[in-house]
Design a protein around this ligand. Structure first.
Ligand code: GLU
Length: 612
């Protein structure tokens, strides 16, 4: 049991001569986390709540809501605590997409990393071939300009109500007092071969004999506490200039065998962006009008478009709406073979378009100059017509909007990091935010200040670009590396609304999202499908076993040990090369139930929902 319950008042404002900020954060009593698959019942909430990947993070967000904070205020507190307690997944050294809703509009805050100004399309190329993926990841080369803090500052300016400094109080206190190392962090530390090559990370995460600290060990992070205090008092700019910026640049540029290009200028110039959300309509009995509107993040994320294509293709076949057979062992439902076949054929067609077209819109034009042509009902019907009883032997990209682009498709790459946060604040605001340093532990570089132990990890987001800039015929790849460009993402923070007859957005029905690299798209789409068509609650929907493809012509992946043998062999007969693998999604969701909410967190990770 982690039993310290203490009250603290941190007068951050006094440190910097700004208005005094007090949250009176109290370290909660949390049950010791268990490892492995943890069945979760779901959480009933009346008005507000926070769903995040770690109990300390969810609780910090909830304390902010209790103090009168908005969803954005809470998200900032959650994110700072996650930087500390779930350092493998996200943090101030990385980037995020925040999808925000209030009574007026749905907005995207884009804090995606950018490629440094000195980067060229050959960043990950050896003479005539691409680098091995892990060789590219570890070190300075893969580090993009971190976008998280400027993005949060922008969102806070528009939608925050508590003072910025106050929102750092939980993370500062936990960094100074220490937090219990979680089973998942311990497992990932034990499995990681490269993190301890970084002396700062080795001294922080590992004992003298090279073993990671045990589960429950109280880990203190003085360097991160010092950095948080500076950013709390001086604003996000303290991170982008001065000695924190110098420490990042030194770490990247002076890496002994794989230096990178991040510069002080890049940090100064980084801009978080505000974008319109991209939305599509989808038929569902969950809404009184039988239509919902699904909103998310368009390019540079491939999330919303790929989700919309898959859902749109599935919607053309009414047999997909049949509920799947129940499977009792884990009190969850397992999709039928017919549905798995149809879903994954639609996914292959959607992933072919994703590989061909989607990249940073500041560098690559949308097909027919409008991304929405990729979601056009007629186009999706024509794509879905290719789906038959057996697996399509070879799938390629279509021509949305009649576009004839001479682009080459990008090869598939796999990743697994990231964290998802869903919040409703009871004040009329809600958000879905997916946040990442890319791989587990990012570039394996820990940045510190003032020679203090600990610090934060830098992202390896640039490996989300295509390593190869063009194909054999010299056709460019949309998602190739270019200076200042944002790498294509799969992150899919999603908000679902009731749609009225005139296709205007009605009441918010759900907020959800997940980590999982390219698999994020499947985790989120399947959860949504189960909520929209199988009438499962968000927790039951998250629990269903996953399947998916990482590319248009790659094997069909099924979550290990969760599908009956008959399903595997039937899929094989239909022509699928089936592979069973672990799929540790980290879904979090909040779902409207009348005037109240139902919260859900993934049994595969350590997330919980806290609220009232
Ligand atoms: N970097 C990935 C993306 O933005 C997410 C990484 C992951 O979830 O593993 O799509």
């Amino acid at each position: 049991m982690h039993k310290a319950v203490r009250g603290f008042t941190l007068t951050l404002g006094l440190l910097a001569g700004v208005a005094q900020a007090q949250l009176n954060y109290r370290i909660p009593e949390i049950p010791e986390a268990a490892s492995g698959y943890q069945a979760k019942p779901g959480w009933q909430l009346k008005q507000r709540g926070v769903a995040a990947a770690n109990p300390l993070a969810s609780d910090a967000g909830y304390q902010v809501l209790q103090a009168g904070g908005t969803a954005v205020d809470a998200a900032i507190a959650v994110q700072m605590v996650l930087t500390l307690v779930e350092p493998q997944s996200s943090g101030i050294g990385g980037g995020a997409f925040l999808l925000h809703h209030n009574s007026e509009h749905v907005q995207v805050f884009d804090g995606r990393e950018t490629a440094p100004s000195q980067a060229t399309e050959r960043l990950f190329m050896l003479e005539d071939k691409p680098m091995a993926f892990n060789d590219a990841v570890v070190g300075g080369r893969s580090v993009g300009v971190p976008g998280l803090l400027r993005m949060l500052a922008k969102a806070h300016e528009q939608h925050g109500s508590l003072p910025w400094a106050q929102l750092f109080e939980p993370a500062i206190i936990l960094a100074e007092e220490g937090f219990p190392l979680s089973p998942r962090l311990h497992t990932l530390l034990s499995a990681d071969a490269t993190l301890k090559r970084d002396p700062q990370a080795a001294a922080y995460f590992f004992q003298a004999d090279g073993q990671p600290w045990p589960v429950g060990h109280r880990l203190r992070n003085p360097a991160l506490a010092a950095i948080f205090k500076r950013v709390a008092a001086e604003g996000a700019e303290a991170f982008y200039q001065g000695d924190i910026a110098h420490a990042m640049v030194d770490k990247v540029q002076q890496h002994p065998d794989n230096p990178g290009l991040l510069s002080l200028q890049d940090l100064r110039d980084y801009q978080a962006l505000e974008r319109d959300a991209l939305c599509f309509s989808h038929a569902s009995t969950l809404s009184p009008s039988n239509q919902v509107q699904v909103c998310g993040v368009g390019p540079p994320s491939s999330g919303l478009i790929t989700m919309g294509q898959i859902l749109g293709m599935l919607a053309t076949d009414s047999s997909n709406h049949l509920p799947p057979p129940a499977w009792s062992e884990r009190n969850t439902v397992v999709p039928s073979t017919a549905w798995l076949h149809n879903y994954n054929e639609a996914a292959r067609l959607a992933f072919a378009d994703r590989a061909q077209y989607i990249a940073d819109p500041a560098f690559v034009a949308a097909p027919a100059l409008d991304w929405s042509v990729m979601l056009d009902t007629g186009y999706l019907q024509s794509r879905a017509n290719q789906i038959g009883d057996r697996r399509i032997p070879q799938v390629s990209a279509g021509n949305p909007g009649g576009s004839l682009q001479s682009l080459a498709p990008m090869a598939d790459q796999t990743e697994y990091g990231t964290s998802h946060i869903s919040i409703v604040d009871g004040l009329g605001n809600a958000l879905a935010m997916t946040t990442t340093i890319e791989s587990g532990f990012g570039a394996r570089l820990m940045v510190s200040v003032e020679n203090l132990p600990g610090g934060f990890l830098l992202n390896n987001e640039l490996t989300d670009f295509s390593f190869v800039p063009q194909d054999d015929q010299g056709r460019a790849i949309a998602n190739r590396v270019q200076a200042g460009k944002r790498p294509r993402s799969s992150m899919s923070p999603t908000l679902v609304f009731a749609d009225n007859d005139t296709h205007e957005r009605g009441e918010l029905l759900a907020s959800l999202g997940s980590p999982g690299g390219a698999m994020i798209i499947h985790f989120t789409t399947q959860t949504l499908w189960a909520m929209l068509h199988w009438e499962l609650d968000a927790q039951q929907a998250i629990n269903i076993p996953h399947s998916g493809v990482a590319g248009a012509n790659t094997p069909l992946l099924l979550e290990s040990g969760l599908f009956p043998f008959a399903t595997l062999s039937h899929l094989h007969v239909l022509g699928h090369a089936v592979k069973e693998v672990d799929m540790p999604s980290g879904l979090q969701a909040l779902q409207r139930q009348g005037s109240a909410w139902w919260g859900a967190a993934d049994p595969r990770r350590e997330g919980v929902v806290v609220g009232d």
